[in-house]
Ligand binder design. Structure first.
Ligand SMILES: C[S@@+](CC[C@H](N)C(=O)[O-])C[C@H]1O[C@@H](n2cnc3c(N)ncnc32)[C@H](O)[C@@H]1O
Length: 357
């Protein structure tokens, strides 16, 4: 694209002097390219002929220059965000559907593209690759998270067709297979929060560890023993890789299988992590089996945002009662993120004791 503008033609060897004067007065047209020809350069300015001449005279410029109207090439605008990168490709009446957020997992992006703009999905792939030079692959969410393994279908859009990456969370390297195991980059703060509460020498059991984010955070800085249980063998493969590439102070003991089946092989725990929202309540009997008086439970749920604390407390109290355990102390209630409209992912942290008969 071309554009005409007032410009100053000077010898190339004097460019630095003139540029410093023009920059000081903020009159360079930054959207237009310089014109370089033979040993001269033309710089576009956004001021009047008289003003420019006045500035050059007061700076005592004593070499030849000429001020005239020139035709410049417009600089190609680098998009600053996804909207800018795709807005020219997508009809204006659909712009409201362009997503503002996407998940960056290591060097992979996973984006949720609304139905209304599915036809442009490959443009999103290309746009995201060019926006982020460090990104190697782009996928779109093709289903909700579902099933026992809590994974979703994803569809390849651009870049390399690969599912493995290393995600860095608070300095911890987490190996992730985005096609075969659950992982959410939105839980980084929660992983750290729980890890910060653990104490040297504790035994901690993560009943639904996935790729092992909680165990990695906990053992990174403290001498603890963390049992990581997950039914998904691909998730535990990732954890094996992460154990090798992080300098962990504590020890992680991964066990693949249904936590109910492996519960008998586990020691009593100081802390029990139960991040299987929607189903964690079905495993309170397992938690009670590995608990000792005053063990701490991190109980995760998806709950209605209208009364989340009371709702979660009631579910937990009821399930503990069935096992003859009760809440000794409510330690904290943490709203982690919005999981759906009017629904939040939350964590209720309590200590528990057996109920006296
Ligand atoms: C929400 S994900 C785990 C998230 C992980 N704690 C994190 O923060 O990234 C739940 C995990 O529970 C596992 N899972 C589901 N049912 C299980 C069971 N009965 N025993 C052990 N793991 C189970 C799934 O394979 C999945 O990896």
């Amino acid at each position: 694209m071309k554009s005409t503008s007032l410009g100053i033609l000077i010898p190339y060897s004097k460019a630095e002097i003139i540029l410093s004067i023009l920059r000081k007065h903020r009159i360079i047209n930054v959207d237009l390219e310089f014109i370089r020809k033979d040993k001269t350069i033309v710089i576009s300015v956004n001021t009047t002929d008289d003003n420019l001449r006045g500035l050059l005279e007061s700076a005592a410029i004593d070499f030849d220059y000429s001020i005239d109207t020139f035709t410049f090439t417009k600089k190609e605008k680098q998009p600053k965000n996804l909207f800018e990168a795709v807005q020219d490709t997508i009809p204006e009446h659909l712009h409201e559907h362009i997503p503002k957020a996407y998940d960056i997992i290591g060097n992979i992006i996973i984006i949720d593209i609304p139905e209304e703009i599915q036809a442009f999905k490959l443009d999103f792939g290309k746009a995201l690759l060019s926006l982020f030079p460090s990104i190697r692959s782009v996928y779109r969410k093709a289903s909700a998270v579902s099933g026992e393994l809590r994974i979703r279908e994803i569809e390849y859009l651009a870049g390399e067709k690969k599912c493995e990456t290393i995600h860095i969370e608070h300095g911890i390297k987490i190996a992730v297979n985005v096609c075969e195991a659950y992982f959410s980059p939105r839980l980084g703060h929660e992983h750290k929060r729980v890890a910060d509460q653990s104490k040297e020498g504790e035994v901690i059991i993560d009943l639904f560890s996935g790729v092992g984010s909680f165990p990695l955070h906990i053992t990174k800085h403290k001498s603890t023993t963390v049992h990581a249980i997950d039914i998904n063998k691909e998730a535990l493969k990732c954890l094996g890789k992460s154990i090798e590439i992080n300098n962990l102070i504590g020890v992680i003991i991964p066990t693949q299988g249904d936590c109910r089946r492996v519960a008998d092989t586990l020691p009593k725990a100081d802390r029990i992590i139960m991040n299987l929202p929607g189903k964690a309540q079905e495993y309170i009997d397992v938690a009670c089996k590995i608990a000792k008086p005053s063990s701490i439970i991190y109980f995760y749920q998806f709950v209605s945002s209208s009364n989340p604390f009371e709702d979660m407390k009631e579910i937990l109290k009821k399930k503990l009662k069935e096992q003859n355990w009760i809440i000794k102390e409510i330690i904290s209630f943490e709203k982690i993120r919005e999981s759906a409209p009017r629904e939040i992912h939350a964590c209720l942290e309590v200590s528990i004791i057996p109920q006296h008969k």
